[in-house]
Design a protein around this ligand. Structure first.
Ligand code: SF4
Length: 177
């Protein structure tokens, strides 16, 4: 049986960063519900085009800032993918998040549908540079989100929650590995 990966782009952001070449829009969050509805239609249409048995090995929700939209929409999206496709039990399911855009209820919603990997970027630990880059968060805000994600992962729940962070400065800036 062929294994596939699914990528879904969520093009909404709080504001546009100065260096950003991704397809993403600020101040269009009101379109997010309609957008997810259309994405679900496209997923179903693509599924109907495939005439072979397939399994989903990875799902990657990128952006944009997928964690900016309501987590109920993300739950709806992942459930729809699970309805249309066979998702492997050990599939890696990732969501990109911006520091400051995740909360405990959001993370719980993500985990409830099997999202097991969080990708959160930090371009620099220098707040002045973050500001110049147009980032909406500070280094402290990143640390709060990072620690929240770690705390959630360590809770006694049956879901695994991995963390992976990318940054161009020191890898051990948080003191956590
Ligand atoms: S948060 Fe990411 S996708 Fe959004 S504008 Fe900034 S760099 Fe681009």
């Amino acid at each position: 049986m062929r294994e596939i990966g699914i990528y879904v782009h969520v093009p909404f952001c709080v504001q546009k960063c100065a260096y950003c070449d991704f397809v993403s829009y600020a101040d269009k969050i009101e379109l997010s519900q309609q957008y997810i509805k259309e994405v679900k239609k496209e997923i179903s249409a693509k599924r109907n085009e495939i005439n072979e048995e397939i399994q989903v090995k990875t799902i990657y929700i990128g952006g944009g800032t997928p964690s900016y939209i309501k987590s109920a929409l993300m739950v709806d999206l992942i459930n729809h993918i699970r309805k249309e496709f066979v998702v492997k039990p050990d599939a890696e399911i990732t969501i990109e998040a911006n520091p400051g855009s995740i909360t405990q209820p959001k993370l719980k919603d993500y985990m409830s549908v099997g999202i097991n990997r969080l990708s959160m970027g930090l371009q620099t630990t220098d707040n002045k540079l973050l500001n110049r880059l147009g980032r909406v968060h500070t280094y402290n805000r990143f640390l709060e989100s990072y620690l929240l994600a770690r705390q959630m992962r360590n809770e006694k729940c049956k879901y695994r929650f991995n963390d992976r962070y990318t940054w161009s400065n020191n890898r051990n800036i948080t003191g956590y590995n």
